[in-house]
Structures are given as structure tokens and as C-alpha cells.
Ligand binder design. Structure first.
Ligand SMILES: [Zn+2]
Length: 254
């Protein structure tokens, strides 16, 4: 069947000229991409090009985004969907980028039913039918092993394909929800116990905030420190390998 979207994509790709020098400068140095084959890198570049053609990546609060900065964000956003396709981000039109940490005003209801407003400083946020919001300072910084803000927020968008984020994105037909739940619950309980005992955790302890954060933090580790995740929680690594249809530990030799 003829599809306008497919036709438009073919036109875009035919005219595509990714700025290779900016790609090398902004993206080439990302450790995340280590081990990707030439074919995978070429497919990633095509995805990035389409991502930037279809979504607006906009600087706010006076931040001027260069093409190179947009490339750096898009390459990290597209890596998780390299084998899933850009349709996975169909509920995203805009990425807003603040210069640094931004203040988000949230409402919450306490046990007595009283609604409170609170202002919290954030480095990233993802909305169910809305934008992904990022702090450039955190995108550009050199975080500790296994931390990656862009991948974290875009993992929330994948989780939100089935509604509010709950740590269970829509799984492929050959995956088991029960096995996913068992592997993630075991790892979650282990990390929660360590945090409770005051032990240092190998992976970011923010994960045990709730199951949605756990999925996002495990996804960061899967791409940014795959060896650490494979050794810490092999069950979770296996589930994410099936879900993302990628094996970063294998390609990075760790
Ligand atoms: Zn989060």
C-alpha cells in the first residue's frame, strides 16, 4: 500500500546530507556507539536524519542549539530504537532543551486528599503525550559510568507507549510479561534491599524510586555500561536485549 509517510521519508533520505564533520565532532566520541558495525552506524545516521526532520529540538531560556548539539541529542535518542524504528517515538513532536537544571511545578494529592503544588529542580522530564525536556549541561557533561540522561528520558517515552510510565513498555509478541516481571522484580528487590542497608550500589540507586525509574535507569546502564548491568542483573540484561533487539555487551566486548 502506498504510504505518504514512507514516500516523504524516501524523499528526505534522497536529499539527506548529514554534516559528517559535525557527526564526527559531536557523536563520534560517544562511547555509547563503540562496537557498532558500519551498517549499524549508517542506519543510525539515517534514523537521526529522520528524527531531526520529523521532531523539533528547541532550545529554551536563551539556549541556542547548534546543528551539532541537535545531532548529539538525536544520536543518543535514536540508539535505543535502532532496531525498533522511529515509530516508537510517535507520541513525541518536541524536545525542549534548557541550558541547565530547570524548575518543574508539579501537583500532588496527599493522603487527606489535599492538592499541593511543589517546585522541583530537574535535569530531565518526559510527558506521556508531550515533549521530552532536557538540561544541556547534563547532556554535554561527562557523567559517571552507566548514566545517560537522554537515554533515560527516551526510555520513559517507550514505557509510555502503553499509557503512564510503569516500567512495562509494550513487549514484542515473542516475549513473556510474566518473565519480564519476574526478572525486573528480583533485581528491584535486590537493589532496594541494598539501598535500605546503606550499601553502595553499582548502578544508580535512583532506580528504586519506582518501577518506571527502574526501567529507565536499567536502560541507561544497558547502553552506557552494558558489562556492569550484565554482571549485576543478567536477567534484566536478557530482557532488555530481547526488547531492544541489541546486545551492547557483546559488541563492546564486555
Ligand atoms: Zn526518570
Amino acid at each position: 500500500m502506498w504510504s505518504f509517510r514512507a514516500w516523504r521519508r524516501r524523499c528526505l533520505l534522497a536529499r539527506a546530507e548529514l554534516p559528517q564533520s559535525q557527526w564526527r565532532e559531536q557523536v563520534g566520541s560517544l562511547a555509547l556507539l563503540r562496537g557498532l558495525s558500519a551498517d549499524e552506524l549508517a542506519r543510525l545516521q539515517r534514523l537521526v536524519w529522520l528524527f531531526l526532520a520529523e521532531k523539533a529540538v528547541v532550545g529554551v531560556q536563551g539556549l541556542e542549539l547548534s546543528d551539532g548539539m541537535r545531532l548529539r541529542i538525536a544520536a543518543q535518542a535514536c540508539l535505543p530504537v535502532l532496531e525498533l524504528g522511529l515509530g516508537s517515538y510517535r507520541n513525541l513532536e518536541v524536545v525542549l532543551v534548557y541550558p541547565g537544571e530547570f524548575v518543574a511545578r508539579h501537583e500532588y494529592e496527599d493522603e487527606a486528599g489535599v492538592v499541593h503544588q511543589e517546585a522541583v529542580g530537574l535535569s530531565g522530564e518526559a510527558w506521556v503525550q508531550g515533549p521530552v525536556i532536557l538540561s544541556w549541561e547534563d547532556v554535554a557533561g561527562e557523567p559517571q559510568a552507566g548514566i545517560n540522561l537522554v537515554i533515560h528520558e527516551f526510555a520513559h517515552k517507550l514505557d509510555m507507549l502503553s499509557g503512564a510510565a510503569n516500567g512495562l513498555p509494550p513487549l514484542h509478541a515473542d516475549m513473556s510479561v510474566a518473565q519480564w516481571g519476574a526478572d525486573f522484580s528480583a533485581a528491584y528487590s535486590d537493589m532496594a534491599r541494598r539501598v535500605e542497608l546503606g550499601e553502595a550500589t553499582v548502578l544508580d540507586a535512583y532506580a528504586v524510586e519506582d518501577p518506571a525509574e527502574f526501567f529507565a535507569v536499567m536502560t541507561e546502564a544497558f547502553f552506557a555500561a552494558p558489562g556492569l548491568l550484565l554482571r549485576s542483573y543478567p536477567g534484566v540484561y536478557g530482557q532488555l536485549r530481547h526488547f531492544y533487539r541489541q546486545d551492547p555487551a557483546l559488541r563492546q566486548g564486555c
